[in-house]
Write a protein that binds this ligand. Structure first.
Ligand code: HEM
Length: 388
């Protein structure tokens, strides 16, 4: 990371050094038979937009299972179009903005508790419970079931690679089965007695293409956990990391809170929570002179694209008022993030609440390499300066 006013890196960042090297000399490359890494902004955009060539059905096992168990994120049209159309009808801007008051109340509670002491844990105190609580509310999880829900969420996310490749651990299978049984009961009850939350709306949504089946509803519950939790946690961690490395940013935002949305866009670019996606080539194709064969896996490196010097001026600097900021943190094309406005709302409320209640926050034992890893760490001890 560099200071806003200097070209000097503040911390070594191995993953970003590697991405820089890939962009400079091996923009489309792979090790042995591993997946292709695509590092340039233009190419990442191309791969993520061109679903007729670069399929999201990455797991052979998923393909064999047929549509019922296919997650929307890992499916192509026409299965994807049907699911996205149905789900978008319930996942509306109204559903999202209806959550603002509850998110504010939750942030007030969490940040006040965090501010009660000089030290605390960013993950346990704010960055994890906020998104899990939001998703639990959307799915109608009752208060008493919250801890169990969080455990399922942690196990499923922790095993996502294996789940995707159809080799989940026993622990992940058990967590999925427990969660499915829980939600199947809920879904049956919601069919006869609708409630006012997203899962209930999804149960009742109907188009010419029919309704979502139980299996599809279960798929969506798991997808929200996978897609919406850890990513939002990472965005809050990214913002706090900027406050740690550039404390003056905290002071600027305190004076000008209207700049929080732009600051968060730069955080999404600079500390992209979803570092890479995955696709499979549907036929032989050439990308920047490299021959990619049918069936090969491809990793569009979103975090590298977001630091591409060809697109972003001062790409390796955090420029808190960058404008325009065409980052790819939420993806693009048919799979572009369905929860982007919700994630932005949650992070905006969380950061605003921090600005109101604190005079500063810093990360103890700051370890950039750990923060740049896959997913957020389980714990991030912080020192807190309470607002006077
Ligand atoms: C900062 C937070 C978030 C980031 C950076 C993020 C990023 C992304 C990205 C990059 C994709 C596209 C992946 C691909 O094309 O392979 C995606 C898809 C998706 N996201 Fe998010 N996401 C975030 C938060 C959320 C939240 C809060 C929710 C819901 C509660 C959510 C729900 C989804 C869903 C359902 C999809 C699949 C869309 C589809 O396949 O059509 N995301 N997200």
């Amino acid at each position: 990371m560099t200071n806003a006013n200097s070209e000097q890196p503040l911390q070594p960042e191995d993953v970003y050094a590697e991405y820089r090297e890939l962009r400079a000399s091996r923009p489309v490359s792979r090790d042995d038979d591993g997946p292709w890494r695509v590092a340039l902004y233009e190419d990442v955009r191309h791969v993520m937009k061109t679903h007729a060539t670069f399929s999201s059905e990455v797991s052979q096992a998923v393909q064999e299972d047929g549509s019922a168990r296919v997650s929307m994120l890992f499916s192509d049209p026409p299965v994807h179009s049907r699911l996205r159309d149905l789900v978008s009808r319930a996942f509306t801007p109204r559903q999202v903005s209806a959550q603002a008051d509850a998110i504010k109340a939750r942030c007030e509670q969490l940040v006040t508790r965090l501010a009660a002491d000089d030290t605390g844990d960013l993950i346990k105190g704010l960055a994890a419970p906020l998104p899990v609580g939001v998703i639990a509310t959307m799915l109608g999880v009752e208060d008493g079931d919250f801890d169990t829900f969080k455990r399922w969420s942690d196990v499923i996310f922790g095993n996502i690679g294996e789940i995707l490749m159809a080799t989940p651990s026993e622990e992940a299978v058990a967590a999925s089965e427990e969660m499915n049984a829980y939600f199947l009961e809920r879904i049956a009850a919601l069919r006869t007695s609708p409630r006012s939350h997203l899962l209930s709306d999804l149960v009742h949504v109907e188009t010419d293409e029919g309704r979502l089946t139980d299996a599809e509803l279960l798929m969506f519950c798991a997808l929200l956990l996978i897609a919406g939790n850890e990513t939002t946690t990472s965005l809050i961690v990214g913002a706090t990391r900027v406050f740690h490395e550039q404390p003056e940013t905290f002071d600027w935002l305190k004076k000008s809170p209207e700049m929080v949305p732009g600051f968060l866009e730069e955080t999404l670019r600079y500390h992209s929570p979803f570092k890479m996606s995955i696709r499979r080539a549907l036929h032989d194709v050439e990308l920047r002179g490299q021959k990619i064969s049918e069936g090969d896996l491809i990793l569009p490196l979103i975090a590298s694209a977001n630091r591409d010097e060809r697109v972003f001026e001062r790409a390796s600097e955090f420029v808190f008022d960058r404008n325009p900021n065409p980052h790819l943190a939420f993806g693009l094309g048919i799979h572009s993030c369905l929860g982007a406005s919700l994630a932005r709302l949650e992070a905006k409320i969380a950061v605003t609440s921090m600005l109101e209640h604190l005079d500063g926050i810093s990360i103890s034992d700051f370890n950039p390499a750990e923060l740049d890893g896959f997913g957020a760490p389980a714990s991030i001890p912080v020192s807190i300066r309470r607002a006077a």
